[in-house]
Design a protein around this ligand. Structure first.
Ligand SMILES: [Zn+2]
Length: 283
């Protein structure tokens, strides 16, 4: 799928699509609760109330840049705590190339945060070593996020992610650490959106009077627009994450402002009483 914000084009490259099996991440999103939100069906949930989610990368093309935002799970990775996230072998890079984005055409990689499902394709395995996948790119990481995981990747699965998908980029001299409100190019500015992780960032896009927000994992699924307090089990600070959702959605609601998630397609947010709902957009 793709979307446009002024002259900026955004293309979704899907690595994995899931239906259901999401209670481990959003335990409150029971089927009977989801069925009470008919606007989620069919794009974001099934008739039975099972959630639809994706793990994807977003390619953002501006006048001067070709940016990959978040890089999925990657191939050949090990030590992940979700069984199907280990030892993957998918043609993701071939899919990117077929969509018009060969890896060597990417000039910037930007990770909204440094979780397992957002950094995987930062690297690929070559002759037993993890090497940068996007060999001509600068990799942009939030300084706060990077320092957090550098110092706190204590559990084995977190340590594995940092070691195989983040540190090789820094070791190769290809990482640029930025503040969470840095300007990336004429059209794109970062917005600090902490809660899901300590240094989580969103991307604000502005072009020719139009605006968009790539909000990463501020919400994992649009059902959290109706239930702002449904924080994910992966949120490092569930109270902050709920506050960030309320703040971000209030700022963009009822405006012609495209919002695309780290795990859901783009659309527009509308206020409903004390919460929000979502209407899908894009072709
Ligand atoms: Zn995620």
């Amino acid at each position: 799928m793709h979307w446009k914000v002024g002259r900026v084009k955004i293309t979704q490259i899907v690595e994995m699509e899931t239906i259901g099996h999401t209670r481990f991440i959003l335990p409150q999103a029971a089927k009977e609760e989801i069925r009470k939100l008919p606007w989620l069906i069919p794009h974001f949930a099934t008739e039975e109330g099972r959630l639809k989610m994706t793990i994807h990368a977003l390619v953002v093309e501006t006048a001067s840049r070709r940016i990959v935002v978040d890089t999925g799970l990657g191939n050949d990775k090990e030590g992940r705590n979700v069984p199907t996230w280990n030892n993957r072998n998918t043609p993701f890079l071939e899919m990117m190339t077929a969509a018009g984005f060969p890896p060597d055409s990417i000039d910037t990689v930007l990770c909204t945060h440094l979780h397992v499902d957002h950094v995987g394709w930062n690297t690929r395995l070559e002759a037993g070593r993890w090497v940068p996948t996007f060999e001509k790119a600068r990799y942009v990481f939030g300084r706060r996020e990077y320092e957090h995981w550098r110092d706190h990747s204590l559990e084995p699965d977190k340590a594995a992610v940092f070691a195989d998908s983040v540190q090789p980029i820094v070791a190769a001299g290809m990482a640029t650490l930025v503040e969470s409100d840095a300007r990336i190019c004429d059209e794109i500015t970062l917005v600090p959106t902490p809660g899901h992780s300590p240094g989580h960032m969103s991307l604000h896009i502005r072009s020719e009077g139009q605006e968009g927000l790539l909000c990463g994992d501020v919400a994992h699924h649009p059902c959290q627009m109706a239930h702002l307090g449904w924080s994910s089990t992966a949120d490092s600070d569930p109270v902050q994450s709920a506050a960030t959702r309320r703040d971000v959605f209030a700022r963009v609601a009822d405006k012609p402002m495209l919002v695309i998630g780290g795990h859901f397609k783009g659309g527009y947010i509308q206020r409903v009483g004390d919460a929000f709902k979502f209407a899908m957009a894009g072709v």
